[in-house]
Design a protein around this ligand. Structure first.
Ligand code: ADP
Ligand code: F6P
Length: 326
């Protein structure tokens, strides 16, 4: 790979807490190595609109604690076209930018891999940034820890009112097709049951479990949005028709799970992955994703990260739900 002189960074797809610490690390690591750093606004849309600017060390001051992304993000359909990618390439070449760090999920990585295969003189490095924790090649994605903590805080509040009124709450959480947020927040929030896309919990089992703890004044059932029974409202309706004794309520947590100041874990993860992404590019790596395995930074081919799927729900956590909620 040619000697890299200028590195651009963008955030794409769903925003996630931790993206700003990562942007900061990319910019400062590049500058520390006497490289120029550029910020691209609104994901791939900024490459097409030529909406990018040079970033200095001060450009990323006081953003470690900020949720969201200072570079904004977008879902950009034109980048899925050859014409769109060609315009993006020309805009990068015009500024003599020769490397790109993309922070996002599998859609973002798909775009980056296609782009880099088409224009191999632009090195690309992916950073897993999505609250869903649904990417292969890393134990944790940026934003997952913060989103899980946000859900736990909400559950504690719901527990207060559920307990006060002896109610059964169905709480729907994000995660797309992955149940990582639901499982961890459910355990930490003391949920009585957790509905996961990965495990086909029968509603009869759920109802039996709820009926088998009549002396419980309140109960909380977590529903991951990808659960095959549909959302929390659907499940609540079925349960309500079957268990008349319970006064049921539904809460959809929605996009508050995407915001919030990044946790210490996500600040450190964002900083480590941003630092690692730039150093990998400077070593001549490309078309890879940086990730965390155990407590070590690892590189995974983007191709591999996109074609492999990882079951990330710990067996003991899934067994514990029933045991700890008696
Ligand atoms: P995420 O990265 O969080 O999965 P999306 O699936 O919305 O989010 O993808 C983010 C962006 O990546 C899309 O808006 C598009 O610009 C780009 N992208 C996604 N899929 C492709 C593709 N097949 N080819 C080129 N670009 C793509
Ligand atoms: O991928 C992150 C995520 O928040 C998912 O958990 C959720 O399904 C989706 O994005 C929501 O997308 P949007 O913000 O476009 O509604």
């Amino acid at each position: 790979m040619q000697n890299i002189r200028k590195i651009a960074v963008l955030t794409s797809g769903g925003d996630a807490p931790g993206m700003n610490p990562c942007i900061r690390a990319v910019v400062r690591t590049a500058i520390y190595n006497n490289k120029e750093a550029f910020g691209v606004m609104q994901g791939y849309q900024g490459l097409i609109d030529n909406n990018m600017y040079e970033m200095k060390t001060r450009s990323v001051s006081n953003i470690l604690h900020l949720g969201g992304t200072i570079l904004k993000t977008a879902r950009c359909m034109p980048f899925k076209t050859d014409e769109g990618q060609e315009i993006a390439y020309r805009n990068l070449k015009e500024r003599e930018i020769d490397a790109l760090v993309v922070i996002g999920g599998d859609g973002t990585f798909t775009g980056a891999l296609r782009f880099s295969k088409r224009y191999p003189d632009i090195a690309v490095m992916g950073v897993p940034g999505t609250i869903d924790n649904d990417l292969y090649g890393t134990d944790y994605t940026l934003g997952f820890d913060t989103a899980t903590n946000t859900v736990i805080e909400a559950l504690d509040k719901i527990r207060d009112t559920a307990d006060s009124h002896d109610r059964l709450f169905f709480v729907e959480v994000m995660g797309r097709d992955a149940g990582c947020i639901a499982l961890r927040a459910g355990i930490a929030g003391g949920a009585e049951a957790i509905m996961l896309p990965e495990t086909e919990t029968a509603l009869d089992d759920l109802i039996n479990d709820l009926e088998s703890s009549p002396n419980k004044s309140s109960s909380i059932v977590i529903v991951a949005e990808g659960d095959h029974h549909g959302g929390a409202y659907d499940i609540a309706k079925i349960v309500k028709d079957r268990i008349k004794s319970y006064h049921t309520k539904v809460t959809i947590l929605g996009h508050l799970q995407r915001g919030g100041s990044p946790s210490s874990f996500d600040r450190i993860l964002g900083s480590r992955l941003g630092y690692a992404a730039v150093n990998a590019l400077l070593r001549g790596e490309s078309q890879k994703m940086v990730g965390l395995r155990g407590n070590s930074i690892v590189l995974t081919e983007l191709e591999e990260a996109l074609t492999n799927h990882e079951f990330k729900l710990e067996d003991d956590l899934m067994e514990m739900v029933k045991v700890l909620s008696i």
